[in-house]
Each structure stands twice: as structure tokens, then as C-alpha cells.
Design a protein around this ligand. Structure first.
Ligand code: C5J
Length: 224
């Protein structure tokens, strides 16, 4: 059993039944000209999470542990895009329209893919999701069950949207979630702070929070 110093109390997990979940580290959210910028955000704010995620990703790969990536996006025919989501924001260039990185948030387009720094390996499942949560209308739960996963180390963007929705979905399905505070990011500093506080509040109502340093230290301690 590994133990991480965490909030609201120590997070215990078996590495063999734990997966690293990397949520939506796509060009559309992190690079200029994508969905994030079309919504009026300063996308450079999210880049702070790349390096810490990369360190945890390499740790999981070195240990032979399960890594799962997600991408938010839609079919090229947009048949899975609710009209409400398409209309939201009254954007002049929104989901399905052609932007500088191809059609916004559409599968197969450059903008929809994961940034080069965190490119998945062929053996790492990539979950394509049409919504904010990673369980809704995907095969994530089947994959987690097949691998015997009980705990999730959660990283990615954005903290208060797709990370939060996924952690809530996972919590309701019985998974123990540890969210790494420096491996998630928001366009809004206030939302980052409050979203993380909400996860660990009330005795860990949705899960635990810790830094990537604390997670990595738990693996180093285990190796002694
Ligand atoms: C958003 C996400 N923010 N990945 N998606 O629309 O958080």
C-alpha cells in the first residue's frame, strides 16, 4: 500500500490498481486559435500544468502503470453535438467551425489532438468524450473495470469543468480520486482555488488533493 500526504488526510492506494487519468490536454484548450481562445480565454494560463503532468506521466510509464488520456470533441458530422452546446456562447467561430487548427473540437482535426509534450503511447487508451465528464457516453468505466482499477490520479484541464465533472462521476461510481493540484489548471485563478477546495472539503466529499511532489515522494519512499 502506498501513502501520499494529502488533503483532507492521507491518500492510500495500490499502484497496481491505480490509473493516471490525463484529461483534455488538447491543443484546442492550450494553444492559441482553439476552442479555449474562441471562448475569450488566455490559454497560456493552462500551460503551467504541462511540466508537472509530464513528470507524473513518466513516473507511471517507468513503473509500467496504467495511463489513460481523454479528449473532448465531436464526430465530424456533429451528430453527437447537442444543439444547446453548439449554440452556447454565441461564438462567431464555435464547435464545428473552421479555425486556425482545423474544425473546432472535432475529432481528427489538429486542434482536437493532445499536445506534443504529452502525446499518448500506442498502449495508452485514449477516451473520446462528447461531454465534460469522462464517463458520460464513453467506455471509460468498462476499461477501468477490465484493468481492475480502484483509484484514479487525476490531472488535466480545466479544473472546474472537465476535471471536476469527471471526479464527481468517478466518485459516484466508487473510485477513489486523488487530484494533483499542480497538474490541473484553469483559465481563472479563483476557480482553480475554489474547485480544489471543494474536492477535499467535508472530509473529502469528492476525493483528495495533493501535489505531484507528494505523489512522487510516495513512490520514492516505497522504493527504499
Ligand atoms: C471546457 C474542459 N472547459 N476540458 N472543457 O470546456 O474543461
Amino acid at each position: 500500500m502506498s501513502v501520499v500526504v494529502a488533503h483532507p488526510y492521507a491518500f492510500e492506494f495500490e499502484p497496481d490498481t491505480t490509473a493516471l487519468l490525463i484529461i483534455d490536454m488538447q491543443r484546442d484548450f492550450l494553444e492559441p486559435g482553439g476552442f479555449g481562445e474562441m471562448l475569450g480565454n488566455d490559454v497560456s494560463q493552462l500551460r503551467v500544468a504541462i511540466e508537472p503532468i509530464s513528470r507524473v506521466l513518466h513516473l507511471f510509464r517507468d513503473q509500467g502503470l496504467l495511463v489513460i488520456h481523454t479528449r473532448e470533441g465531436h464526430r465530424p458530422d456533429l451528430a453527437d453535438l447537442p444543439p444547446s452546446k453548439r449554440k452556447r456562447g454565441n461564438l462567431s467561430c464555435g464547435i464545428g467551425d473552421v479555425g486556425p487548427m482545423g474544425r473546432i473540437l472535432v475529432r481528427g482535426e489538429a486542434g482536437h489532438d493532445i499536445i506534443d509534450e504529452l502525446c499518448p503511447l500506442p498502449n495508452e487508451p485514449v477516451i473520446d468524450k462528447p461531454g465534460k465528464g469522462s464517463f458520460y457516453a464513453t467506455d471509460l468505466q468498462t476499461i477501468l473495470q477490465n484493468y481492475g482499477v480502484k483509484s484514479l490520479i487525476v490531472t488535466g484541464v480545466t479544473t472546474e469543468v472537465c476535471v471536476h465533472t469527471t471526479v464527481r462521476e468517478a466518485n459516484d461510481r466508487g473510485y477513489e480520486c486523488l487530484v494533483l493540484t499542480d497538474c490541473v489548471a484553469s483559465y481563472f485563478p479563483e476557480f482553480q482555488r475554489v474547485a480544489l477546495a471543494m474536492i477535499a472539503a467535508q472530509g473529502g466529499i469528492f476525493g483528495w488533493t495533493a501535489t505531484s511532489h507528494d505523489l512522487i515522494a510516495s513512490f520514492e519512499k516505497e522504493a527504499l
